[in-house]
Write a new protein. Sequence first.
Length: 196
Amino acid sequence: MGLSLKKGQSLSLTKQNGESLTYIRLGLGWDSAVPAKRGFFGRAKTAEIDLDASAILFDANNELLETVFFNQLRSKDGSIQHTGDNLTGDGDGDDETIMVNLASVSPAVKHIVFVITSYSGQTFDMVQNAFCRVIDDSVPDSPEVANYRLGESGRYTAMVMAKLSRINGTWSFHAIGAPANGKTAYDVVGPAAAVL
């Protein structure tokens, strides 16, 4: 298990030998906090929570470059890949995943901000156990490097979870946890820029 970060903490994405990580995966997950309802034959059915993970790319002037989300699964340079939309949040582990080839990210990109939005308008008081984690996919067994668990909930429809920032050629991961409102990543570009 990787380093557990608290809101506001950061971690340099370098190995113990000083080399930078090259291929990472950002896993985002959540569970429904809505009580289960009894369905046919008395089986409990958990409420489905459809949240969407996205990556918003900014330049050194904090200007929007592009967005990787359920409608654009790959960045223009191919370095960032969204693996697809999870419509329910069911199951253990990561609900949505964004893979990043750090060595191939365009030099114009200074920050990659990861957000979760509710396209259907469900609010975060219906969500529990929201988290994001960084996995090192450049080595066998893909170990977890760091994780951040969201501690709060409320009547908002989006969350700025974390960001990657490039400083002097080295990437660092920052746990943010800033609430916002919006159905898609484009709706939260302002709040995402505010954390840069």
